[in-house]
Design a protein around this ligand. Structure first.
Ligand code: ZN
Ligand code: ZN
Length: 250
């Protein structure tokens, strides 16, 4: 539904099971966007959280309380959430664990990012695999391994290096973004596409774009070139900051 430095929330649904990955939009925006894709919020089964940064949990307390659904997050992330009142049903898991929920298998995997215990997810259902790989400073082999074989891949393409260097962020923040526990640049996303993108990917979504240090067309142009070098031609979507991303059916 949204993927950018301004807020992240992904809806994943099958006939039987419906989840959100992250709740970085307000409760109101989350409900509006679910309604716009014809999804009844009361039918959500759970929320899965990647890490405790506010662009991933902003609406979480209100959403979990309002919908009375369990929240899955890692053991070390759980104590960091300020529930702001009543604590919902919290399901803690060890980073790296796989969780079976309805007809979905949700595999967590550790990502290199400056949060306490951040994870990405691969969701498999009915022989199809969807992976979220955002908020990572670089692409470790272990993450490549986990997202291999995905049919839909949400891949971070956070910043253009020149825009970041010339941009408005203080030096310390620039250093943070660029570090191996920061965010994946357009260049690093393209390196992954060029060298490792699996041929199973039918839809590639570039996400978690920075509002200040990137532009959708810049991310897109470089990804198109990398896909050509990979001789791959999945549907390519660029998730524009603050704009709802389409629903994809497989
Ligand atoms: Zn983060
Ligand atoms: Zn983030």
């Amino acid at each position: 539904m949204a993927s950018s430095s301004a807020g992240n929330s992904v809806f994943v649904g099958t006939e039987k099971t419906r989840i959100l990955i992250d709740a970085g939009l307000s409760r109101k925006q989350t409900l509006l966007r679910l309604a716009s894709i014809g999804e009844d919020p009361s039918k959500l089964d759970a929320v899965f959280i990647t890490h405790e940064h506010s662009d991933h949990i902003l609406g979480l307390p209100a959403i979990a309380r309002g919908l009375k659904i369990p929240v899955f997050l890692t053991k070390r992330t759980a104590p960091l959430i300020d529930w702001n009142g009543a604590v919902p049903q919290v399901e803690e898991f060890q980073a790296g664990a796989a969780i079976e929920l309805g007809d979905m298998s949700i595999q967590s995997f550790t990502i290199p990012h400056d949060a306490v215990d951040p994870v990405g997810y691969s969701v498999t259902a009915g022989g199809l695999k969807f992976s979220v790989a955002t908020d990572l400073g670089y692409m470790p082999d272990s993450v490549k391994w986990h997202i291999d074989g995905s049919h839909i891949l949400l891949l971070e393409s956070n910043h253009d290096l020149d825009m970041l260097k010339a941009g408005p962020y203080p030096w310390a923040v620039k250093q943070r973004v660029l570090s191996r526990k920061g965010h994946l640049s357009n260049n690093l996303a393209c390196d992954y596409i060029r060298s490792n993108l699996t041929s199973s990917v039918q839809t590639l979504i570039l996400g978690h774009l920075s509002e200040h240090n990137n532009h959708p067309s810049i991310a897109e142009i470089s990804a198109v070139q990398a896909l050509q070098e990979r001789s791959a031609s999945p549907r390519l979507i660029v998730a524009t900051p603050r704009v709802q991303t389409d629903l994809f059916h497989l």
